[in-house]
Design a protein around this ligand. Structure first.
Ligand SMILES: [Zn+2]
Length: 89
């Protein structure tokens, strides 16, 4: 029975060793061909680095990201109070 346990341990260690060798081989291939990988790497960084559109508050002239601005459909404002102030004029 002990022999079976040892056989299983040796088998698992051997499988682990083969897996490590495969990972090392794939990593080496990636380093050998940097040109094939570079387009894939540059695409996501270009889209995430895109700056957010800035808008200007019609009341005080403050510039802020469009996602943070309060809008009444036509104009953008830095806050709800400036939207009401501008409309009450
Ligand atoms: Zn404002």
């Amino acid at each position: 029975m002990k022999f079976l346990v040892w056989a299983l341990v040796i088998y698992l260690v051997w499988r682990w060793f083969v897996a490590l060798k495969k990972i090392a081989a794939t990593k080496k291939n990636e380093f050998d061909e940097p040109d094939a990988r570079s387009p894939d790497l540059s695409m996501p960084t270009a889209s995430t680095a895109e700056p957010e559109k800035m808008v200007q508050c019609m009341q005080c002239g403050l510039h802020l990201p469009q996602s943070e601005a309060v809008t009444d459909g036509r104009s953008s404002y830095c806050s709800q109070s400036h939207l009401l102030l501008h409309q009450s004029r």
